[in-house]
Write a protein that binds this ligand. Structure first.
Ligand code: AMP
Length: 411
């Protein structure tokens, strides 16, 4: 079914065509009619499935023309807020609807003046939005459509209390659209608080990895991880590579070493200034940097066309992050490769990931690489409660436990 058959407004259809979209993706086919009815929708779909257009197109159609601030979109990260606002603006280019992105890390001046001019769609991160609510730059009294995007990530980032507060400040009579890749109990609770009789849209299994991505595990001794990363980069014919590190410190270290090895490298993590983050992403998108080293939070949902490879330098802590990381490549049916470096300590995490995605990931060896023997550390050294035990998801698994007492810096 083409976009034309989906009852979008003429001007929004022109925006879709100008964006170069061909046929609707499965989530667009299911969600667009549901959103157009004006009812609430809860959708579980991973990023890369065309989720943004699935809500932006029918919402713009429902808005019609410029008026008051009627749509609020909440996003967990600044990058996502910027990206989603850009998508809204692109689709709205043949309408008079105005959009604004509201996020922290940058000055207030320009956002304030855009808000003053009058906008229809506000795409915001919770923190900066609260600033504007408190000083009354923004009022939510005319919000008729509330979109909560990537709610599971907002939970991870500790945003749920503020999200709840924001939801409570919106008019009760409204349409609420709720997107989350996974729906654990805390999120189900927020959903029942925010939504009324929602239509459920589930695309495939929420935990599936993008089928166009070929993925592989590369077992290696811990001390040879960087060497193997370099060898993979040297041997692979890549356009642009996203390397994931579990920690900010680790990301900086990998980037430094790659720079020394003459790669052009960008770094994206939460400790970098907003300007550095914008520059990193823009440089990576434009091809100035061939490699971007990132942590999960910073890279979640980031849409970079043409990411040919994702390399998990560190195995992700949570199985769902594996799906999100891999979702950075092979977006919208392109083909990508995803490699994960695995040390013996990761065996438990890998088992969890394979169970989560319902498939076994093949193990590969890089030909010509001078592998040192891979020796497992004694189990008690990294799994206090026995091999691969996970005492608590929230508390952080101190797998390297016992000595040192240094807590791992997250993201
Ligand atoms: P999203 O899941 O919204 O982040 O979208 C992932 C990528 O797919 C983005 O680069 C979109 O521009 C692209 N995309 C989404 N829907 C379509 C479509 N119907 N046709 C072509 N590309 C699309």
């Amino acid at each position: 079914m083409p976009f034309k058959a989906l009852h979008l407004s003429e001007n929004v259809l022109r925006g879709v065509q100008a964006a170069g979209y061909t046929d609707p993706t499965p989530i667009q086919l299911r969600a667009i009619p549901a959103v157009l009815t004006g009812g609430d929708v809860i959708a579980s779909a991973q990023t890369g499935t065309g989720k943004t257009a699935a809500f932006a197109l029918p919402v713009l159609t429902r808005l019609g023309h410029h008026g008051r601030a009627r749509v609020l979109v909440l996003e967990p990260t600044r990058e996502l807020a910027a990206q989603v606002e850009t998508a809204f603006r692109d689709f709205a280019r043949f309408t008079d609807i105005r959009t604004v992105a509201v996020f922290g890390g940058v000055g207030y001046g320009q956002q304030r003046s855009e808000l003053k001019r009058g906008v229809d769609v506000i795409v915001a991160t919770p923190g900066r939005l609260m600033d504007y609510l408190q000083d009354r730059t923004i009022s939510l009294q005319d919000i008729s459509i509330l979109i909560l995007d990537e709610v599971d990530r907002m939970l991870d980032m500790g945003f749920l209390p503020v999200v709840k507060d924001i939801v409570a400040r919106c008019p009760r009579e409204r349409q609420t659209l709720f997107f989350s890749a996974t729906v654990p109990p805390e999120i189900a609770a927020i959903a029942s608080f925010a939504l009324r009789n929602p239509t459920k849209v589930e695309i495939g299994i929420a935990r599936s990895v993008n089928e166009s991505v070929k993925h592989a595990l590369y077992p290696v001794a811990a001390e040879q991880k960087f060497e193997l990363l370099e060898a993979l980069l040297a041997k692979t014919d890549f356009d642009s590579v996203l390397v994931f590190s579990r920690t900010k410190h680790g990301a900086d270290k990998i980037a430094r070493r790659l720079k020394t090895a003459n790669h052009s490298v960008a770094v994206l993590h939460a400790n970098r200034s907003q300007n550095q983050r914008i520059e990193a992403l823009a440089g990576f998108k434009s091809g100035k940097y061939e490699v971007m080293v990132a942590t999960d939070i910073a890279a979640r949902g980031i849409d970079v066309a043409g990411v040919s490879h994702v390399i998990n330098y560190d195995v992700p802590e949570k199985p769902e992050d594996y799906v999100h990381r891999i979702g950075r490549t092979g977006r919208a049916q392109a083909v990508g490769d995803a490699f994960t470096l695995v040390t013996p300590e990761n065996a438990g995490d890998i088992r969890d990931i394979q169970r989560f995605i319902g498939q076994k990931i093949p193990e590969l060896k890089l030909e010509g690489f001078n592998y040192r023997p891979i020796v497992a550390r004694p189990a008690q050294e990294y799994a206090p409660g026995g091999a691969h035990s996970k005492p608590s998801r929230q508390g952080g698994w101190n797998r390297f436990g016992g000595g040192g007492g240094r807590r791992r810096a997250r993201y």
